[in-house]
Design a protein around this ligand. Structure first.
Ligand SMILES: [Mg+2]
Length: 120
C-alpha cells in the first residue's frame, strides 16, 4: 500500500529522522520532507505544505516549543521528544500539539498515532 500523505520529520538528529522515516516507510508512507532545526522546519512547512509534522523539542536555534508557538494552531503536529515531564507535555498540547510521543519509542507507538490522527 502506498500512502501519499506528506510527512515533515523535524529532528536535529539525522539518525532519529531516519528511524522515524523507516517506521513510516514500513507502513506504506512514501512522501517525506526533513528538517534539522526549527527555522528549517517552519520554512519547509510553508514551502512544502506537509499534511503532518513530527517535531523534536530540543534543537539548536528555534526549538520545538517555539515552533509550536508559531504554527501550533494551524499545523497538525505530533511531538517526539526525550523530554517527558508532564508540564511540558501539557504545555505542548495547550500550544496546539495533537499528541506527544516520548523517546525512546517503539514502532507500534508511532504507528498507533498515525492511525489515530492520519486519514482524518
Ligand atoms: Mg533533539
Amino acid at each position: 500500500m502506498v500512502i501519499d500523505k506528506k510527512i515533515l520529520l523535524v529532528d536535529d538528529s539525522a539518525f532519529m529522522r531516519k528511524v522515524l522515516r523507516d517506521i513510516f516507510e514500513s507502513a506504506g508512507y512514501t512522501n517525506f520532507v526533513e528538517a534539522g532545526n526549527g527555522t528549517e522546519a517552519m520554512e519547509k512547512y510553508k514551502s512544502e505544505k506537509p499534511d503532518y509534522i513530527f517535531l523534536d523539542v530540543i534543537m539548536p536555534d528555534v526549538n520545538g516549543m517555539d515552533v509550536l508557538r508559531i504554527i501550533g494552531r494551524e499545523a497538525k503536529i505530533i511531538i517526539v521528544s526525550a523530554v517527558g515531564q508532564k508540564e511540558i507535555i501539557e504545555q505542548a498540547k495547550s500550544l496546539g500539539a495533537l499528541d506527544y510521543i516520548v523517546k525512546p519509542f517503539d514502532r507500534d507507538q508511532v504507528l498507533e498515532k498515525v492511525q489515530k490522527y492520519f486519514d482524518k
